[in-house]
Design a protein around this ligand. Structure first.
Ligand code: ADP
Length: 482
């Protein structure tokens, strides 16, 4: 049973137009660690989404008319309330999603940092005055909020993925309709509880919970009152949303799948590389879109790296996320587990060797042991697809040019990592890797200050940083004769 300091934070209704709404249907949210019911949550479909869009549309002009400082002050209050309730929010997150509680606490802090960052950015949405092209002409550029923003978010970072979207939306004067993943709606509704307490006006932030993702997503994409969709999830669904948005040329930001290479050159600091690899690979039990998915190690250090990685793995404690010492929690679902097992059996049937792990854990139905696979080759599924689980496949390489080519040989382009202490190599490889994010001698790249985002089929647009607000603003070019 979930014990919270403030039990009113566990909210099972949807927040629509500033009102907490029940629906006649509900869906179950269960804890993936033990299958226990966490809550029954209001199940809205397209009618609920439409109502929220109408409320957001009605509220938008007023919200945009607030001064930037007024909007920033409300967002900062929201940020403070989130940090005051960090522990309860982390408990809710771990209960519905399974990640270790220490990671859940970190995620709440990370999510809050976006709210603070964009509250600060709200006051620096500066326009431009440009020298005119004729003597009597003056050129001005205004930046205005895009309007109503529809958001669709996944279960793996159920707080932070919303925070990264809602914060720039609200800071810029947009209003927001969020549809959280059906597996993790409670991390979204608790944000709305605190948003209401912070004084965010009615209709500005809406959270609609529901189990029919396709129906709700279609309404968000096709409703002409929504000016922009922001989505984090798979490339498959991103492509569906893009097609649905084509009807009214709706703007889109997409954070999609990855297939991150993690490259260790023979001049690297191996211990540092092991540490970075563990962080990048096993955070959230390997269920992040920036997880190292293919680990390329230069031949001179391959055996040493493989042994050290396999040894380090035995220290990772598997367990229920609510225990403070847990490092690896359960996978999110049977489908997630099936994919991990499929990738593993495909690889071993084609000659990959299990160095450690390689099977389900006895901790429960959805737990899988951290696994290191050696002798992985290009024809295995694990090389082409995102595994989203705790398997580290190792590839041996000989030369820099070879590994760059192999690392880029994917339709994805989100994050990549490499370890080297050779300065000219660092520049050359950084420039050659076709990725939106490059971690050099680090496995941890997510930050509020940096522009997170992918190239190729990994997405459109950037979240966080000074660039993160651009996607929520329209430019207005004013040509004035004086
Ligand atoms: P993941 O593998 O991370 O679950 P998905 O792309 O399947 O990635 O899901 C990301 C989010 O998109 C989730 O909230 C999911 O419910 C939602 N979703 C899934 N299918 C659709 C769809 N056809 N239209 C809109 N949203 C969808």
């Amino acid at each position: 049973m979930l014990k919270l300091n403030d039990p009113t934070l566990l909210e099972t209704r949807s927040f629509i137009g500033g009102v907490w709404e029940n629906s006649k249907n509900t869906f179950d949210v269960v804890n993936p660690a033990d299958g226990n019911l966490v809550a029954k949550v209001a199940d809205f479909g397209k009618t609920g989404v439409r109502k929220a869009i109408d409320a957001a549309y009605a509220a938008q002009k007023d919200w945009a008319a607030y001064t930037a400082k007024e909007r920033a002050d409300i967002l900062l209050k929201w940020h403070d309330l989130i940090l005051e309730n960090q522990e309860d929010m982390a408990q809710i997150l771990t209960a519905e999603m399974g990640k270790p509680i220490t990671e859940a606490r970190g995620e709440i802090g990370y999510g809050a940092s976006f709210i603070r960052w964009f509250a600060e950015e709200a006051r620096r949405i500066d326009g431009d005055i440009i020298p005119g092209h004729q003597r009597d002409k003056r050129i001005l550029v205004l930046k205005q909020p895009i309007g109503v923003v529809g958001s669709i978010t996944p279960w793996n970072f159920p707080n932070a993925m919303i925070a990264r979207k809602v914060a720039p939306a609200l800071a810029s004067g947009c209003t927001f309709v969020g549809r959280p993943a059906e597996l993790t709606p409670l991390s979204a509704t608790v944000m709305a509880v605190l948003a209401e307490r912070a004084g965010i006006p009615k209709g500005v932030l809406n959270i609609v919970t529901g189990s029919d993702a396709a129906e709700m997503g279609k309404e968000l994409c096709e409703n002409t009152k929504v000016q922009k969709i922001t989505f984090t999830g798979s490339t498959r669904v991103g492509s569906i949303l893009m097609q649905q948005c084509a009807g009214d040329i709706k703007k889109l930001s997409l954070e999609l799948g990855g297939n991150a290479p993690f490259i260790v050159f023979d001049d690297a600091d191996i211990d540092k590389a092991i540490e970075g690899c563990l962080i990048s690979k096993f955070r959230n039990a390997g269920q992040t879109c920036v997880c190292a998915n293919r680990i390329y190690v230069q031949s001179a250090v391959y055996d040493k790296f493989a042994k050290k990685l396999a040894d380090a793995m035995s220290d990772l404690k598997i367990g229920h996320g609510s225990e403070d010492t847990t490092k690896i929690g359960p996978l999110i679902s049977k489908t997630g587990l099936a994919k991990v097992e499929d990738h593993l059996s495909d690889a071993t049937s084609k000659g990959a060797k299990v160095l450690t792990g390689g099977k389900r854990s006895d901790k429960g139905e959805l737990f899988f042991e951290p696994t290191v696979l050696a002798d992985v080759t290009n024809d295995m599924k694990i090389t082409r697809e995102e595994t989203f689980g705790p398997i580290a496949p190792l590839y041996k390489f000989e030369t820099e040019d070879e590994v760059i080519e192999r690392a880029n040989d994917t339709e994805f382009g989100l994050a990549c990592y490499f370890y080297s202490n050779d300065l000219s190599r660092v520049w050359k490889v950084t420039e050659a890797l076709e990725y939106g994010i490059v971690g050099v001698n680090t496995g941890l790249i997510s930050s509020t200050e940096g522009p997170f985002g992918g190239v190729k089929q990994s997405g459109l647009g950037r979240e966080g940083s000074k660039y993160g607000i651009d996607d929520f603003l329209e430019l207005k070019y004013v040509c004035m004769s004086v």
